[in-house]
Design a protein around this ligand. Sequence first.
Ligand code: ZN
Length: 453
Amino acid sequence: MNIYGKNILLNTGWVEDKTLVIDDGTIVDIVDGKLPNAEALNIIIPGMINCHSHAFQRAFAGFSEQGSEGQDSFWTWRKVMYQFLAKLTDKDAEIIATQLYIEMLKMGYTRVAEFHYLHHNQQGNKYQSLATMARSIFCAAKNTGIGLTMLPVLYQYSGFSQQQPNDGQKRFINDVSQFNALVSECFDISKGIENTNVGIAPHSLRAVDKASLHYAVKHVRSLASDAPIHIHIAEQQKEVADCIAHYNKRPVQWLFDNIDVDQHWCLIHATHIDEQERKLMVEKGVIAGICPTTEANLGDGIFPTAEYVNEGGIFAIGSDSHISVNPVEELRWLEYAQRLIRQQRALLASTDVPSVGQYLWQKAAQGGAISTSSNTGELAIGKQADLLVLDDSQMRLFAKSRMHLLDSLVFASQKPSIEHVMVNGTWVIRDGQHPKQAQAEQQFAQLLDTVTA
Ligand code: ZN
């Protein structure tokens, strides 16, 4: 398939009047002008990668926003989550993820890393196939056409010092041998579904012990040397204080001192880090997985993005709790939080790419690709054809100069501005629509009626 773009954002920057030659899901050539059989389009940019998703949380987004009961916090939100997910079946999980992944595609996410911790049945007993719940997520990816990086979560304890899990956590818990068996099952499932891969996600330092962490890393490395490894690291100040009390070290520091962390690690919510930890992250080449709208919604805090990026740090964005499913909003918040703290403007940019919108889009997509070990995140020969075509009816309302195009998209757009979406060489969204969206919405609404009744 060949597609012509009047304006295309390649890895090297904007180009005009080129045709992307796509074969078997990959961009195999980029040629001048329009090839005769190419579909003519205006503005083409790379698809965004969502580095952090807990799919089932989409179904109770907005359920924990009442202020009447006094001060709300991350921990009261977590209570709502536990009550909700105690009821979900594997079929429910597929319905939620299918609806969510269609929403993601329509908003410009072409790949998602699913930090998947709902493993067992409602009673907390293991399914005959350990990967039953994970399979629901794989099916949702297959149904919708989004690229998937499955990250089964190792969750053992409810807090440091190996505290016993509470009742709300019984569906998450595996010992490390059972967890490794689950990971192997996920690798087998992934082999049968195109554009998916598998890594692991030790939930957090409070939820796993050191020996198990080593064992889980060793196992996944034996299956794939580049398997992504994601961990929640320092989302809450309480978590940092508990880590210092237990290990006598801050979480990121402890991780680097005790585990062989390489460039395939993504530290989710490294929100509360000190300068030394920030420099270590940059030096080791790990990815900071930042989830601006969720971190704002939960009152977590603000990652020191400006300093980290200036030092050469790699980042990716995630929608996490799915209070928002929109990469534009994540990137807007990422920049605005820095502006509000520093009382300055246009912070996340570089001399090479002075447009904040373009800089954020490209860096987040490239970081997201690394965080998922996928051949995505930019448009170039040899890269997977994951791309977005912006909607001319929206974009014509903004600055015409290519220099300002993504600034308009990130900071000024009020409506979804994506017309078509291609994943792995196949159109999955045309004219803003997914072929399965009506059915997905109906099933999702029905499910909400039942589980919230
Ligand atoms: Zn998370």
